[in-house]
Design a protein around this ligand. Structure first.
Ligand code: FAD
Length: 494
């Protein structure tokens, strides 16, 4: 049996591992951390569980092609409850609230009542959302791979996508912020620019709202780590082995063919290597010499990393009467290096059992943007811990002003910077997705290099903007290439 070794037990690595086992390979995953999941993670502090990853999962709805994939890899099953929070998010300013409801007609009415002067734009937006509800991320087979069960989009799905195509370029050529500014109402502006982040192109805004109103984008029970644990369990039940605490240093290559990798100075031999460490880092660090193929150069030039300084607090108060996802304006902006956030967004996990001690609430927030150099400089100057504390205190102060029940009730706080993510994920500047700039087409990168045989890539970086669906889809695709090269039949069905 051919031996396959995988770098990383994140969502891409686990997906690849499961499909490779099902297709008849002998598979071991080497993971530098002590748990599976990578960026799909959560952590506990003093009895509080801080959800550190997903806020929504594309493919949680059985009506999507991705759903089948999530079930095949054990991320979802009949017993996993999906929470479709509604409203999905709420923006509040000056005592007024705007909500992103999941029912399109309710959303339209709500927007029209709040912002009658934006009638024309609201009607256009809702018409486009409806068109975008037919756009689904497909899960396709690569050319000339032998598969046990074909995966191809139906004709009706393809035809359904046609009406949205002409509108895609309209949204892709402007940022979410520019699109939001078409609306006169500041409430609508803030809500719309916050959905995927103001710097991303507005097609992400449309795709996200469309997926929510079509019943997708839920939060699975157990959250990010729960999902990763279910996948790791499925992988091990199929006979796979995960070696934790093992950082892969180099992929060994002999005469243009990968022969394994090096961990702690030891050579682990294999017939094929699947790399799910951030490809942007792998092309520079995981080979004796950096890879200089045209696509790798394109990746070096065009990747715009998405980063966060993540703040979480445990509050000794029951906040279940507050929205689950709330954004508001603060007159004392939250600062972190050059970044300054005058809109603060919080996730409130009061509704989730086990996320906090009885009667208490776990809250998460963060500042999006590139603060990597700031934190690096703090580390060098020895001010890293004090800056983290200053940020946490500023956040706690803002929270107390906005939500008085939290004042003096903070049991624990935690700050994870891009350096934290870099340490755990070994990703580029600690990022975990890519920004999709305006006017750029969806960048995608190959699953295997041209110059080295038996090496395959998977993970969020291979298709802009990344995220869990891309991690899983590229993990599956890497195994299809492996099967094609090894003359094996790809098997993915449950
Ligand atoms: C705050 C936050 C919110 C998010 N929200 C969402 C969301 O709502 N929806 C969504 O779809 N996505 C979301 N994401 C993004 C999503 O979590 C990631 O894109 C996805 O988990 C990436 O998976 P991956 O397997 O490609 O990479 P990773 O998760 O980075 O996995 C790589 C794994 O490889 C290991 N590794 C790396 N290098 C080595 C090495 N040399 N040797 C051994 N092991 C190694 C790492 O430890 C890691 O476990 C969010 C992420 C964050 C941080």
């Amino acid at each position: 049996m051919k031996k396959v070794i995988i770098v990383g037990a994140g969502i891409a690595g686990l997906t690849a591992g499961i499909y490779a086992l099902q297709s008849g390979f002998d598979v071991t995953i080497y993971e530098s951390h002590t748990i599976p999941g990578g960026a799909s993670t959560s952590w506990r502090r003093k009895g509080y569980l801080f959800e550190g990853g997903m806020h929504w999962l594309t493919g949680s709805s059985p009506k999507t092609p991705l759903h089948k994939l999530w079930r095949e890899v054990g991320a979802l099953d009949d017993h996993v409850k999906i929470y479709n929070r509604d409203p999905f998010s709420t923006f509040e300013d000056n005592g007024q609230q705007v909500c992103l409801y999941r029912d399109l007609e309710k959303l339209r009415q709500h927007f029209l009542e709040l912002a009658p002067d934006d009638r024309k734009e609201i009607i256009k937006l809702c018409r486009d959302i409806k068109k975008f509800t037919r756009m689904k991320m497909p899960v396709l087979d690569i050319k000339n791979v032998k598969v046990k069960h074909k995966s191809a989009p139906s004709l009706s799905m393809l035809l359904g996508m046609l009406p949205a195509l002409p509108r895609m370029s309209f949204y892709a050529k402007q940022t979410a912020r520019e699109f939001a500014q078409r609306f006169k109402s500041p409430l609508l502006q803030h809500l719309l620019e916050g959905i995927v982040g103001p710097e991303n192109n507005a097609s992400g805004t449309l795709f996200t709202i469309a997926s929510l109103v079509s019943g997708d984008g839920g939060y699975p029970e157990g959250g990010s780590l729960g999902m990763a644990n279910r996948m790791a369990k499925r992988f091990e039940a199929l006979g796979g082995i995960i070696q934790y605490g093992k950082e892969v240093r180099k992929v060994t290559v002999q005469n243009g063919v990968a022969s394994g990798f090096i961990i702690n100075g030891e050579h682990i031999p294999a017939d094929a290597v699947i790399i799910t460490q951030d490809t942007r880092v792998a092309i520079d660090n995981l080979f004796d010499a950096p890879l200089h193929e045209p696509w790798a150069e394109r990746m070096r030039e065009s990747v715009k990393p998405m980063m966060i300084t993540f703040i979480s607090v445990g509050v000794e108060a029951n906040l279940s009467d507050l929205p689950e996802s709330l954004s508001f304006v603060t007159d004392e902006p939250l600062r972190c290096g050059d970044l300054s956030a005058s809109i603060v967004s919080i996730y409130n996990y009061a509704g989730y059992k086990g996320y906090a001690p009885e009667g208490c609430t776990a809250i998460t927030s963060g500042i999006m943007g590139d603060s990597y150099d700031f934190w690096k400089a703090c580390k060098e100057k020895g001010t890293y811990e004090t800056e983290k504390q200053k940020l946490a205190e500023a956040f706690i102060h803002i929270l107390a002003k906005k939500i008085p029940q939290t004042a003096g009730k903070i049991a624990v706080w935690d700050v994870a910077t891009p350096l934290t993510y870099e340490r755990y994920l070994h990703s580029y500047k600690g990022s975990w997705m890519s920004i999709m700039e305006k006017g750029r087409k969806m960048e995608s990168y190959p699953s295997k290099p041209e110059s080295i045989k038996n090496v395959y890539f998977a993970g969020q970086r291979l298709l802009n903007p990344g995220g869990l669906p891309v991690a899983a889809e590229t993990g599956r695709k890497a195994v299809q290439y492996l099967c094609r090269d090894s003359n094996m039949v790809f098997q993915g069905n449950i």
